[in-house]
Design a protein around this ligand. Structure first.
Ligand code: SF4
Length: 149
């Protein structure tokens, strides 16, 4: 028995893009274009922040250098790293070679993220999970890349 019983290739997907109410405000970011991938892919939802042990809702966080912090300065790096490791293990367990992750998240962002000043300022960079998945050989794109394609 294999992890993917369908003939479709497996993709990890940020759970919030599939309608799971797991973001820091307890909401979701459902995208029809992401849900439609189910026609051709075996979709495996994952929320790295929840997998890392954080509650929902939770404080907003941003990457600041090699750390992840809440607006009040609380260092939550360990939870973000646990979640990233869980996502890598899930990719390996399911044979996922690609991932479609939520743009601009400190976990899932894949090309730009907020800069750690909590002023809604974006800069080039990736979330902790996106980076870990790429280091493990998984191709990562965002829902914005999907629309562009
Ligand atoms: S960690 Fe990723 S999957 Fe979870 S709510 Fe944030 S963007 Fe969505």
């Amino acid at each position: 028995m294999t992890a993917n019983s369908s003939q479709h290739p497996t993709l990890l997907v940020s759970a919030c893009l599939l309608g799971v109410e797991c973001n820091h405000e307890g909401g979701h970011s459902r995208r029809r274009s992401v849900e439609a991938l189910a026609e051709n892919y075996h979709l495996v939802p994952v929320c790295p922040e929840v997998c890392g042990g954080l509650s929902t809702p939770r404080a907003a966080a941003e990457r600041r250098g090699d750390r992840v912090v809440n607006a009040d300065g609380t260092d939550v790096t360990a939870a973000y790293e646990r979640g990233a490791q869980a996502a890598v293990e899930l990719a390996q367990a399911t044979g996922a070679r690609g991932a479609v992750l939520k743009a601009r998240s400190p976990s899932c962002g894949s090309s730009e993220i907020y800069d750690g000043t909590f002023s809604r300022t974006l800069h080039d960079g990736e979330g902790v999970t996106a980076a870990a998945l790429r280091a493990a050989g998984v191709e990562v794109i965002s829902e914005d890349d999907l629309r562009a394609g």
